[in-house]
Ligand binder design. Structure first.
Ligand SMILES: [Mn+2]
Length: 430
């Protein structure tokens, strides 16, 4: 039986030491926000209710196509992964759900449920895998999966996705995320129209297997593993998929899956407007699909994405429940620390977006006052909301300083003794 891995007493003792300074910072920020007619406690409550799912594959050390350098105490399987996810949730109270990847995380659903429940965890969207070959599968995905020219290969990929829905149903999940690596490396290698027709036909079969209360998310990605063309390459194609499939189909936006300089926040706005935004894979990038930690490279962009989400809520958009998930690779850090940090950065962007004076912004937009409109956003973004994030964690029995508490706990050293050193394996990044 799993159990909470960080002693509640340790978190409480760490918080006790930091409390006086934290209280002073929180009150100072509260006074500052009160002058802007913002109730800090209302913001803290909203932040404490904002959650992001941790990807099961994120707690193992990632790698590149060149090499993988495993850390110590690497998870040996899904139950170890859930333990690590439980630690992240215990310290941040921002990550109560885990997103599973099949077949990597395949196990008896009853055991998965009881292990997760004991850790206070639930399950978020399921992820299928038809971008690599599972051992013993009859048909290879080397030349595609859902869009493959061979009907038997497509049928195998469809069947796998339906199995993911079945496993997810047993776990209480309510969504399936589909990302395929299908595409081509040479002009002329595949017929764009025929490939996309076959993809849509396959997705329609998967769609039919969705329970009534499920959603399906299609995830676009510009390139890689295919380097000339990709079947689901951008948000335009993604929107066509969601609109073609029906009301349970939505677009998933992975922040790293766009051409450099793409205005991602504007894509988010468009998808919201046409009620097809399914959710996010948060991460950050500098050059391509780098899968760096959320908020580590372009925190302002992350804020602008959240600005669109808060704006939509402010405008009373209905039936709007985007799924928030992290999808990144940790090559040089302790994955648990990176995920703690990323969950905080995502909440930070949300908190900053909540501070935008929307009435003022709207007035500046109406008056074509570009400078003051921009400054209104910047004013919210410049606000150091760390005391709000810390207070949201503290009130939920999380840690005021989660990384410090994690290091103090010695969890990594403890599991390093229990889990044998791992060898290079799949990075598992989508
Ligand atoms: Mn992704």
């Amino acid at each position: 039986m799993a159990e909470q891995h960080i002693a509640a007493e340790l978190i409480a003792a760490e918080n006790e030491q930091l409390f006086a300074a934290h209280k002073s910072d929180y009150e100072a920020l509260g006074a500052q926000l009160a002058r802007r007619n913002i109730d800090i406690d209302a913001i803290t409550k909203k932040v404490a209710q904002f959650f992001v799912a941790v990807p099961s594959w994120g707690v193992g050390t990632g790698g590149t196509r060149f090499a993988r350098f495993p850390g110590t105490g690497e998870p040996r399987g899904i139950f170890d992964k859930l333990d690590d996810c439980g630690v992240i949730q215990q310290l941040t109270r921002a990550t109560p759900t885990v997103s599973l990847h099949i077949p990597w995380d395949k196990a008896d659903p009853k055991q998965l449920l009881s292990h997760a429940n004991a850790l206070g965890l639930g399950f978020d969207a399921m992820n299928s895998n038809t971008f690599s070959d599972a051992p013993d599968q009859p048909h290879s995905y080397k030349f595609g999966s859902l869009s493959h020219a061979n009907a038997a290969t497509r049928a195998q990929a469809i069947e796998h996705n339906i199995e993911c829905i079945e496993i997810g149903t047993a776990l209480g999940s309510k969504a399936l995320t589909v990302w395929v690596g299908d595409g081509s490396n040479f002009p002329g290698q595949s017929n764009f129209a025929k490939s996309f027709e076959r993809y849509l036909g396959s997705m329609a079969e998967i769609y039919k297997a969705l329970p009534d209360d499920w959603r399906i998310f299609s995830e676009h990605k510009m390139y890689e593993p295919a380097f000339y063309s990709t079947v689901v390459q951008d948000w335009g194609t993604n929107l066509l998929i969601a609109q073609t499939l029906g009301p349970k189909a939505f677009c998933l936006v992975d922040l790293g899956h766009h051409a450099p300089n793409t205005n991602i926040e504007m894509i988010v706005s468009r998808l919201i407007q046409f009620k097809k935004l399914g959710g996010f894979h948060f991460n950050d990038s500098k050059y391509g699909d780098d899968d760096l930690d959320a908020g580590s490279i372009e925190p302002y962009r992350l804020f602008l994405v959240f600005n669109e989400l808060v704006d939509a809520e402010d405008r009373g958009i209905t039936d709007f429940h985007p799924a928030h998930m992290i999808d990144q690779s940790h090559n040089v850090t302790d994955p648990i620390e990176s995920l703690i940090s990323s969950a905080n950065e995502i909440r930070r962007a949300f908190a900053q977006a909540l501070l935008v004076d929307r009435a003022a912004l709207s007035a500046f937009q109406e008056d074509n006052d570009a400078l003051m409109a921009s400054d209104t956003l910047k004013r919210a973004y410049r606000t150091d909301v760390e005391p709000i994030l810390a207070e949201a964690r503290r009130r939920s029995t999380g840690a005021i300083d989660p990384i410090a508490a994690y290091r103090k706990s010695g969890y990594r050293q403890l599991i390093s003794r229990k889990r044998p050193a791992s060898v290079a394996g799949s990075g598992g990044i989508i």
